[in-house]
Design a protein around this ligand. Sequence first.
Ligand code: UD1
Length: 429
Amino acid sequence: MESPRQSDASSPVEPCSPICVDTPATQSSVLFDGNLDDLLRNFPLHQYILVTGGLGFIGSHTTLELLKAGYNVIVIDNLSNSFQSVFDRINLLAQKHHEEQGTQMPALHLDAHDYRDTAALKALLEQYQIQSRWGSPKSNIAGVIHFAAYKAVEESIRNPLKYYANNVSGLVDFATTLGEYGIKTFIFSSSATVYGTLATSGLPLKEELCAHKDEVFQGVDGLDQTVKAGCTGITNPYGRTKWMCEAILADLAASDPEWTIVALRYFNPIGCDESGLLGEDPRQTPTNLLPVVVKVMTGEYMELQMFGTDWETEDGTAVRDFIHVTDLARGHIAALDAANAENLVENFRAFNLGTGRGHSVMEVVDTMESVSSKRIPTRAAPRRPGDVGSCVAVATRSQQELHWKTEKTLRDACGSLCKFLEVGSLSFP
Ligand code: UD1
């Protein structure tokens, strides 16, 4: 009998039975016709991807892109900052995609509990274990994407232990349990915040600048540069939790070659799915730029305060690397594919996920005004504590090693948010 906290999206693919053999359910006449990679993607391999925080802003978009790409997905989410309706919307959008493509809809399950609830986690993982009488444990869960974490900078300064307990201690327990079940492919949701004040140093933000072992790489002057393991100038507890988690995961990978771990350092995710049906958590009072801009557009806020108009940038407002959330979501799939194909340089690898191009706060406002044909009142305000003037990714490592690059523009992101305002946000939850 299904546990009450589990939801299954109706799907033509049978969910994995408690004990599955790792044999693809193939139809031989089809198998030899087309491109094997494409076919494998679209067959129910009885393998699942576990996504924690899969109903949050980035998590929901990633879950949708995974389903579109043919992965079966289990979401763990405690609904603390998301809605059950997001699950239904993901399911609807994925079904529509597969109907249009004439492909099979993969399985989608929701386990609505906290990722730190180890008893509930073990009960879930038991269901996906492959029965094996010898050797190390094996699972039908082929990888984990871990989003569940607190992320408000200001709150982390007021209540650091809440952040260290959930983000850091939670991760240690979670990885321990996963290891016990033989699930050792892990994609970690990190942040450009790990670069701290390096963002304003003028140095291009390459992954090597924040490393977990000593690194030698070619600097901008073409000379070898050595960076010691450690972190430099992280400005808040939230940022430190992300760095600590990366360091813990790097140590774990070094201790056990069976683990393959990728840390994805997000720059500034914006926008939403082009349907307008998924968006950014309307439960929270927004502090990030675009959600505040949206509140101004709906009339909930009178104006946008531009925090800092005296930065050393072209127009004086801060510059960020804004990345469309759908591009970001696809970056996770590229990372998962590279990890499962054992294509990574090392079994712990960090990647920037950004566009490599900066836009100022003023440019964002101008673009949104032009896309929405609405005026967005602004007011110059003092710099926000902890802010940096500019933070832009060097995106070459992810392009070269993950074969991933962004495709969408700031204009696309603004357009998708206008759509969200039209169709998506009003009917939450
Ligand atoms: C913030 C977080 C960062 C996190 C990232 C991911 C802080 C200090 N940092 O980055 O840790 O990884 O989000 O989403 O919160 N701005 C305004 N007016 C507003 C809101 C923002 O001018 O009402 C400006 C900010 O001052 C900043 C820029 O817009 O210069 C971007 O701000 P925001 O969207 O909050 O992102 P970050 O500060 O870059």
